[in-house]
Design a protein around this ligand. Structure first.
Ligand code: HOZ
Length: 426
């Protein structure tokens, strides 16, 4: 595969951008090669600067559930761009998107738009603190909630991939207020609560962990968190940046039938443009300025272009309801990859919820951070490179999900299965 143009662009980028990238996971560091510079996306495919075409299972890290440049999304952005790109003032589009989200996720009574998932989670935590008058939060080892200070303690995603799950620059005071429990381990949550009685403002959780690979909640885990939060008057926050509109139209909360107090959203809600949102119970949301005292703001919050792209995406999902189709396609990948793993006799485990999948190079059952990190990341690196060489673009980390979109055809999936078979073969 010719990659000279990407290589030149990377050398150039290194001179003006730290590490040559604007988000660390893009650097391909953990898979032992330089990053590809992408130039075009269409449907299920992306092209790099050298003209190589790949079947894309990254989907911009989750937003592109309809594939690249879906005609309805492109048309919505084009139409809006001709009218106005930004006002920093209220628009009807914001109400339409808020109303649509509220209709899809009944736990959300009010919603505020921001520009990224990180902003959504940072704001939700501040709001929970303001609402409860408490300072500490509980998160789960290996879960990732963006790069806000409070969350970079034993975090997943790029922080885990690049070996710095707790970042320098986060003050001791902030670290002290972030308590880490084990994912899927209610006892560890109970222990933290007993040791910090009346001090916990919020429990924030990825209802399906997607940033230490894909780790589903065990039966009873989310219901247990709901019960604990009710008992202790703690705000339960579901971080559905990844799972919202992905595993079901109403997200993981619909799939598992649990109502959080607050929900954070990102990725699909922006249809590929920068959007995040947080919402939930009216009583909590009305603590936000200008109604209440908790301050939160943003020049580009509710940006019309982003609202138009989000609306077009969610309306298409609502009209076409592609979740059974996504389930069928993703189950096919899961089953075929599992057969290949068996045939090649490699130590690997597959995890999947809906159209989020992960192939862990470990023979352990993956239920939490500790089991996820038993994965052999060198073998993942080799696998990643072999898949790329066969035209399959995966997330460049053992600890990220791959995403199936409505744009993937049967033939694309068959090609991925064949590439997987060859990549796993001894
Ligand atoms: N937000 C994604 C978490 N898995 C990764 C994208 C990034 O950090 O750039």
């Amino acid at each position: 595969m010719k990659i000279s143009k990407s290589k030149n662009l990377f050398e150039r980028a290194l001179r003006s951008i730290p590490g040559g990238v604007n988000s660390p996971v893009r650097a391909f560091k953990s898979v032992g090669i330089d990053p590809l510079f992408l130039t075009r996306g269409e449907g299920a495919y992306v092209w790099d600067a050298d003209g190589n075409r790949f079947i894309d299972f990254v989907g911009s890290w989750g937003p592109l559930i309809l594939g690249h440049s879906h005609p309805k999304v492109v048309e919505a952005i084009r139409k809006q761009a001709l009218i106005a790109t930004s006002f920093g003032a209220p628009t009807e589009l914001e109400i339409e998107l808020a109303e649509l989200v509220i209709s899809l996720m009944p736990s959300i009574e009010m919603l505020r738009m921001v520009s990224s998932g990180t902003e959504a989670t940072m704001s939700a935590i501040r709001l929970a603190r303001g609402y409860t008058g408490r300072e500490k939060i509980i998160k789960f080892e290996g879960c990732y909630h963006g790069h806000g200070d409070s969350f970079l303690i034993k975090a997943g995603s790029g922080a885990l991939t690049l070996g710095s799950p707790s970042s320098p620059g986060v003050t001791d005071g902030t670290a002290k207020d972030t308590l880490n429990a084990g994912y899927n381990e209610l006892t560890s949550v109970e222990n933290l609560i007993s040791a910090n009685k009346g001090e916990i403002a919020a429990i924030i959780v990825e209802p399906i962990a997607g940033n230490m690979g894909v780790v589903p909640p065990k039966p009873g885990f989310l219901a247990g968190l709901r019960h604990i939060c009710d008992r202790e008057k703690i705000v339960l926050i579901f971080d559905e940046v990844m799972t919202g509109f992905r595993v079901a139209l109403g997200g993981a909360q619909e799939l598992y039938g649990i109502r959080p107090d607050l929900t954070t959203l990102g990725k699909i809600i922006g249809g590929g443009l920068p959007v995040g949102a947080f919402g939930g119970k009216r009583e909590i949301m009305e603590m936000l300025s200008p109604v209440g005292p908790v301050y939160q703001a943003g020049t580009l919050s509710g940006n019309p272009l982003a609202m138009a792209a989000g609306l077009a995406t969610l309306r298409t999902l609502r009209a076409e309801n592609p979740y059974a189709e996504l389930e069928r396609k993703s189950a096919y990948l899961e089953q075929s990859f599992t057969e290949n793993i068996r045939a090649a006799n490699v130590k690997a485990t597959q995890m999947r919820v809906g159209s989020m999948l992960c192939l862990f190079f470990t023979d352990k059952e993956v239920t939490n951070y500790e089991s996820a990190i038993t994965s052999d990341t060198n073998t993942f690196g080799k696998y990643f490179r072999a898949m790329l060489g066969a035209g399959i673009y995966l997330a460049p980390s053992q600890f990220e999900a791959i995403f199936v979109s409505t744009a993937h055809s049967e033939e694309d999936l068959e090609r991925a299965v064949e590439a997987n078979r060859r990549a796993l073969a001894p």
